[in-house]
Design a protein around this ligand. Structure first.
Ligand code: ADP
Ligand code: MG
Length: 321
């Protein structure tokens, strides 16, 4: 049975690219650029709550880091360093090799050095702390939106939730692969987050569902919002399912896609539209004066319908993919 130190050396020690001292000492040493602020965030993945016990370990490794990188994207920060705290029920070396392969693939993809962590025995629990850099004062916050700002969302939110519904047998997707890919290997929108510095007034990443996460921006910015139903990227989801009701509910309240939801003044519309390439950007609504629990959906006929902004609540249910 390998010791904790053997496991760390074998599976979690790789050359660091921009770190003075990484894994192996009592602490790591990092040197941020002097003009930058550090952005720090933690996200934990728990077996049974965030993933099935038999989840593919390589995909889990990717996702464990990716959900943290996504928080950096949402802040408009460059992800730089990560710490990994692991509780493992046993030293399963096949599992560890696959998991660390997926984790380091995500490190490589987004320029992150793994600089430390902790490894202990216990029910499977994966916790990452990530550090990123952003020029002082330029981070994208949830609190900066103004009445009259446009509301935008990247990509095709709802794909991961459709993939989950397919896995759980609640629907049968004709083309499940892109939805399962979104669920297993989310692509944090780092390049978009960086490009939105100076354009977006507020931003966050959609982890718990578009409406629920929008509610956080409304709360922080003390505003209400109107969403244009016809502007929602529903057609993109209808390529995977013909159940329009399910597609709409996945779009509005499905979590786990890690798309960016952001606000920007209308004068930046063209600049933002120019950022869209393979990743589409959808202008789905407007921020308006009003109480933060007011969310209005305007349908194709111009009729207003109040929406329930409640997103997914970890304590009310499980969201086990
Ligand atoms: P200490 O007892 O000083 O806390 P540990 O034995 O826990 O040290 O860890 C030894 C080194 O390995 C430290 O640099 C720590 O940051 C690193 N480390 C431990 N677990 C992990 C892990 N899962 N991933 C990356 N680095 C780790
Ligand atoms: Mg330790």
């Amino acid at each position: 049975m390998p010791s904790e130190f053997d496991l760390i050396a074998r599976y979690f020690t790789r050359p660091a690219h921009h770190t003075r001292l990484a894994v192996g000492d009592d602490g790591a040493l990092i040197t941020p650029e002097p003009e930058n602020e550090l952005v720090i965030s933690t996200d934990m993945l728990v077996e049974g709550t965030h993933f099935f016990p038999d989840a593919d370990p390589a995909a889990l490794g990717w996702k464990t880091l990716a959900v943290n990188v996504s928080d950096m994207a949402a802040m408009g920060a460059t992800p730089r360093w990560a710490l990994l705290a692991l509780a493992l029920p046993r030293a399963d070396e096949h599992w560890l090799a696959e998991f660390s392969g997926g984790f380091f693939a995500c490190c490589e993809a987004f320029g992150v050095d793994l600089i430390g962590g902790d490894t202990t025995r216990g029910p499977l629990n994966l916790s990452v702390t990530i550090l990123g850099e952003v020029p002082r004062g330029r981070a994208l916050l949830r609190s900066g939106a103004h009445a009259g700002d446009d509301l935008w969302v990247s990509g095709t939110p709802g794909r991961a939730a459709l993939g989950l519904a397919h896995l759980q047998g609640r629907t049968h997707l004709t083309n499940a692969a892109p939805c399962l890919e979104a669920l297993y290997r989310p692509q944090p929108r780092v390049a978009l987050g960086l490009a939105l510095r100076g354009l977006a007034s507020a931003a966050l990443d959609v982890s718990d569902g578009l409406l629920g996460d929008l509610a956080h921006i409304l709360e922080r910015s003390r505003l209400a919002a109107r969403i244009n139903e016809t502007a929602l990227p529903l057609a993109d989801l209808l390529r995977f399912t013909d159940d329009a009701r399910l597609a709409k509910s996945c779009l509005l309240s499905g979590g786990d896609d890690y798309e960016l939801l952001f606000c920007a003044p209308p004068q930046h519309r063209d600049a933002i539209a120019r950022l869209a390439g393979p990743l589409p950007l959808h202008r789905i609504g407007t921020l308006i004066e009003g109480s933060p629990d007011t969310l209005i959906l305007t349908d194709a006929q111009g009729r207003d319908q109040p929406l329930d902004p409640r997103g997914f609540d970890h304590f009310a249910d499980t969201d086990c993919p």
